[in-house]
Design a binder for this molecule. Structure first.
Ligand code: FE2
Ligand code: FE2
Length: 266
């Protein structure tokens, strides 16, 4: 008899994989089929592909290509994963979630206030446009845009606690830039972020002192995204031509503005 377990697998979690393996052993089954429910936040075909990858080399686990009827299992940890705890996803798929940018929209929505969430999406879209113009990786641009302010809603106390724990040398920096660093720590610890281009660009997005093209790209996208509400046509035209030059110009303008309004040299 063909035994099928069904769930949303949106996405499949490590605890679900443990349950599935245990189920096969307990019921002394030679083969076990898994079916992905139609409804889900991520496309059905992508969830099927991720489930196949999570099942890996276990030749006794089979994944149905289309939804089939079977015994429904309760989703475990899936909602937490969709809100940014990618470390709870099945071992084989954690990297796919972050590199493909899956669930970043839900994560940003869960971790940011509505204004910050809209800003993050707008930065991500602006970063993608700049990446296209400069033949850079649009997927990386999208991920860094969505993640750059992910810890901005944390209190100063919380950001300070994280920095004291992991990078105490950064405590001398202004609290205004702390979220640049804690966003990277959060993404590395909870979302399996390991791309050095993305991490570096995120760390330098507030001050704009990064030396790479991706750092310039994210710094600019953060400053010129359309929801900012001021005229950025000059800066946008400049960024379409030369990222580093545009980042330098924007940084100089920003320094002059802070000197004028706050009387501080930065
Ligand atoms: Fe920021
Ligand atoms: Fe931002």
């Amino acid at each position: 008899m063909k035994i099928i377990l069904t769930s949303s697998f949106d996405p499949v979690s490590e605890r679900e994989m443990e349950y599935i393996r245990q189920y096969r052993k307990t019921h002394r089954l030679r083969d076990l089929w898994l079916s992905v429910d139609e409804a889900g936040s991520l496309d059905h075909a992508i969830r099927v592909r991720l489930l196949k990858k999570a099942a890996g080399y276990d030749r006794r686990l089979h994944v149905c290509e289309t939804p089939e009827k079977g015994e429904a299992i309760k989703p475990l940890d899936e909602e937490s994963i969709r809100k940014g705890l990618y470390r709870l996803a099945a071992r084989g798929i954690r990297k796919d979630l972050i590199t493909q940018g899956y669930y970043l929209d839900e994560t940003a929505r869960a971790m940011c206030n509505p204004h910050r969430y809209e800003h993050s999406k707008s930065v991500a879209m602006t970063a993608v446009k700049l990446a296209q113009a400069h033949h850079m990786d649009t997927q990386k641009a999208y991920v860094m845009g969505m993640l750059h302010d992910i810890t901005k809603a944390f209190s100063d106390e919380e950001n300070e606690r994280i920095i004291r724990l992991y990078k105490p040398e950064w405590l001398t920096l202004s609290p205004k830039v702390w979220h640049s660093y804690t966003a990277v720590i959060f993404a590395k610890q909870n979302m399996s972020l390991s791309d050095p281009d993305i991490a570096y660009a995120m760390e330098h997005h507030t001050i704009g002192d990064g030396k790479t093209d991706y750092a310039a790209l994210l710094y600019i996208a953060d400053k010129i995204e359309p929801l900012r509400g001021y005229d950025v046509s000059k800066q946008t035209a400049s960024a379409m031509k030369n990222l580093k030059k545009a980042a330098f110009e924007i940084r100089e303008e920003s320094k002059a503005y802070i000197l004028k309004t706050e009387g501080i040299h930065v």
